[in-house]
Design a protein around this ligand. Structure first.
Ligand code: FES
Ligand SMILES: [Fe+2]
Length: 366
């Protein structure tokens, strides 16, 4: 084991550490290559027989320039994300409906069309063929599966539904994004060997904040609501700071399985935008983007924003590292033995269940 303890806790962090230094799980996570689980996802998470429907991150907005095509692998599929010259983003299956070339390798954007590298058939953002250049015709029946796509809050998001249903909810605009009063995103990305649901269950699992993350105080929950496709968690929390404890809030919302927002206030206002996209049934990509409300515009206020904001972000990133030690190796207990003092795990699971629908050919043989 590497000796990495005795790191000073960050100033103004959300959690007050139990130990002066790394938490035990952080130390375990950093101790080198931990063996991965030998169990397959279907054994560990028997509920995960289908990819849940929802809005998923395909790309960070800034990573998909106008006129660019990118090959992606999500939901057990090869996909392409591309952006029209005028800025509109699209996500489609990667394979051309003509003779199956991968559009992400050599495909090019011309205006509002994606041109296949093989025989130059042209496709619009809905996956319709617009022109076969060498005979001047158009194949109206040819179709490449395309996903409703939006570019919002700094994310290119696509809607996935196993039966091809239109989006069932919207993703709201988040105030911190593109707002000069807030800092630009700091982005972090992880691959997790577990489905979104295991990560999301962390929200209502308040106890682990103390046992995994070393928080001295646990948020006092005012409201936990699972309604429709959304969850809402409203809580008051005492942040521990070098100058004593300070009251604040953590409020989080999730819109389906793929997109969530947590807002912190008290020491400093922060937004943390979380996205998870299944890569396949074994692995999920998790992206966190952090933004801090500037304490002012002068250099002193800006440097304080950076100092306090960075400490908070470091702490949140540390929390993910700790969580992943558990999540990468845990199973789902279908009938968990719970304590009275546990958070509303059962309620969360009931809500999560609604997103799994069979019918996706890429999810067969689970
Ligand atoms: S395979 Fe795409 S045009 Fe022929
Ligand atoms: Fe956690």
């Amino acid at each position: 084991m590497k000796d990495e303890v005795h790191v000073q806790p960050p100033v103004g962090s959300v959690t007050d550490r139990v130990m002066q230094g790394e938490t035990p799980l952080q130390a375990v996570g950093r101790s080198g290559d931990l063996p991965a689980t030998r169990m397959r996802s279907i054994e560990r998470f028997p509920y995960y027989t289908a990819f849940p429907f929802g809005w998923y991150r395909a790309s960070d907005s800034e990573d998909l320039a106008a006129g660019e095509v990118k090959a992606l692998r999500f939901l057990n599929r090869d996909l392409v994300a591309w952006r029209e010259d005028d800025g509109t983003a699209h996500v489609m299956d990667a394979y051309c409906a003509h003779l199956g070339a991968h559009l992400g390798y050599g495909g090019r954007v011309e205006g509002c069309e994606l041109v296949c590298p093989f025989h130059w058939w042209r496709w619009d953002g809905e996956g319709r063929n617009t022109r076969i250049p060498y005979d001047g015709s158009q194949n109206r029946a040819a179709r490449i599966p395309a996903y409703p796509t939006i570019d919002r809050n700094g994310y290119v998001l696509f809607w996935y539904h196993p039966l091809g249903e239109a989006p069932l909810w919207e993703i709201p605009e988040i105030e911190c994004f593109g707002n000069p009063g807030w800092t630009a995103y700091q982005r972090f990305r992880w691959q997790m060997r577990a489905p979104w649901q295991e990560f999301a269950e962390n929200g209502p699992d308040y106890v682990h904040l103390r046992t995994v993350h070393g928080s001295v105080t646990i948020p006092e929950v005012e409201l936990y609501e699972c309604e429709g496709y959304q969850t809402k968690l409203r809580s008051r929390v005492d942040f521990d700071t070098p100058r004593g404890s300070q009251q604040g809030r953590i409020d989080s919302d999730a819109w389906g399985p793929g997109f969530a927002l947590a807002r912190f206030s008290g020491i400093i206002d922060a937004c943390f935008v979380a996205a998870s996209t299944p890569i396949d049934f074994e692995t999920t990509e998790v992206t966190h983007s952090y933004s801090i409300r500037k304490l002012g515009e002068d250099s002193e206020a800006l440097s304080k924003t950076t100092r306090v904001g960075d400490a908070l972000i470091r702490d949140l990133v540390k929390q993910v590292e700790e969580d992943l030690v558990i999540l990468d190796r845990k199973i789902c207990q279908p009938q968990p033995r719970l304590s009275e003092a546990d958070g509303p795990i059962v309620e969360f699971r009931k809500w999560a269940k609604q997103f799994y629908l069979e019918g996706d050919p890429r999810a067969l043989n689970r």
